[in-house]
Design a protein around this ligand. Structure first.
Ligand SMILES: [Zn+2]
Ligand SMILES: [Zn+2]
Length: 359
């Protein structure tokens, strides 16, 4: 079968590899659509970040070259001998977490914080940027009727956003600021509105992304080059500041804005992955008893909730997919488009190994 293999930075190749063989507790999936994630781009440009190169990953035995792709949907084509929960032809998505099932976090239902956590499509023997993959049945979720394979490929990034909102302990009618309107920022905006936030304010520089933010449901978009963002947010909240902010830029200025815009005792949720540290005066936290909390991937049940929201229409995610490409064109039409000068006109590019799915 064809698969996209990461060999090194700027070296991703589409190659023929052996088809995976389904194990007794696994489901084999024929991939329909797989999104390209910011993490894939980091690995492509400056990796390895998560990808094991010199030593095999302790949990999975994987080592570069690895198959990429962790945001994908597909059709069940084969079942391991202990699998009765699915039938051939079921449309599914994969929650791409490899967990140990035994550590304290796993036992307490926080498997996303597992001591030995690995991602399928980064640190595992397979991934979604391939024709087929196999995965443990517990982490395969059915897509109900009405949720397309294209939307299925968005369940992973939408779940990152939904989990971050859960971490924020958002209450109905609160005001939230989303700093950075990339794919996860847009997913946050739509989820925040769906979950009852009164005002959702986006902070963004790019013209194109400002439009996307409004389409996703933001009440207002502020550009830090044009206005004093913290002052504007105060004006909109009776001089208090927002209840919650989400840091989705991964850069110092974005972090500072995230702290400045919240009220006393407000919460900053950091969702970005950081390439380097920040230099920050902690008095900005101390003097207002503000809280900063991290959020990573998605806890138990989040995938199922996201699928439910897509099925009942609470979440539409219509603005997220901006381009559909074939696996053969991954580097040229995918990675290059998302890292080049015109990258802000793209949100999510989804990839299929199946030519018949391309319009
Ligand atoms: Zn991702
Ligand atoms: Zn564990």
């Amino acid at each position: 079968m064809k698969a996209a293999l990461w060999y090194g930075p700027k070296d991703v190749r589409i190659e023929e590899v052996a088809e995976p063989v389904v194990k007794e507790n696994e489901v084999k999936v024929k991939v329909k659509w797989c999104g390209i994630c910011g993490t894939d781009l980091h690995e492509y440009l400056t990796g390895p970040i998560f990808i094991p190169v010199d030593v095999k990953h302790p949990a999975t035995g994987a080592k570069a070259p690895v198959i990429l792709g962790h945001e994908f949907s597909g059709e069940v084509v084969e079942l391991g001998k202990n699998v009765t929960e699915f039938k051939i032809g079921d449309p599914v998505v994969i929650e791409p977490l490899v967990t140990c099932g035994e550590c304290k976090a796993c036992r307490e239902g926080n498997y996303h914080l597992c001591d030995g956590l690995a991602f399928h499509g980064l640190m595992d023997l397979g991934g979604g940027l391939a024709e087929y993959t196999t995965f443990r049945k517990e982490f395969v979720k059915k897509l109900p009727e009405g949720v397309s394979y294209e939307k299925g490929a968005l369940v992973e990034p939408l779940s990152v956003a939904l989990h971050a909102i859960e971490v924020s302990e958002l209450k109905v009618n609160q005001t939230a600021v989303v700093v950075g309107a990339g794919p996860i920022g847009l997913a946050l905006i739509e989820n925040l509105k769906a979950l009852g936030a009164k005002n959702v304010i986006a902070v963004e520089l790019s013209t194109k992304r400002k439009e996307f933010a409004l389409k996703a449901g933001a009440d207002l978009v502020l550009d830090p080059r044009e206005v004093n963002v913290a002052e504007e947010v105060k004006n909109l909240t009776n001089g208090l500041g927002a209840d919650i902010s989400f840091e989705v830029t991964g850069v110092q200025a974005g972090f500072e804005t995230s702290v400045d815009v919240i009220r006393k005792k407000g919460t900053v949720v950091v969702v970005s992955i950081w390439e380097k540290g920040v230099n920050f005066n902690l008095n900005n936290l101390v003097m207002g008893e503000k809280k900063i909390i991290g959020s990573v991937v998605y806890g138990e049940g989040i995938f199922v909730t996201t699928i439910k929201y897509l099925a009942d229409g609470r979440i539409k995610a219509d603005q997220l997919i901006t381009k559909k490409i074939h696996l053969d064109d991954l580097v040229k039409e995918g990675f290059t488009a998302l890292t080049g000068s015109d990258r802000d006109s793209q949100v999510k590019i989804i990839v299929t190994p199946d030519k018949s799915l391309i319009d």
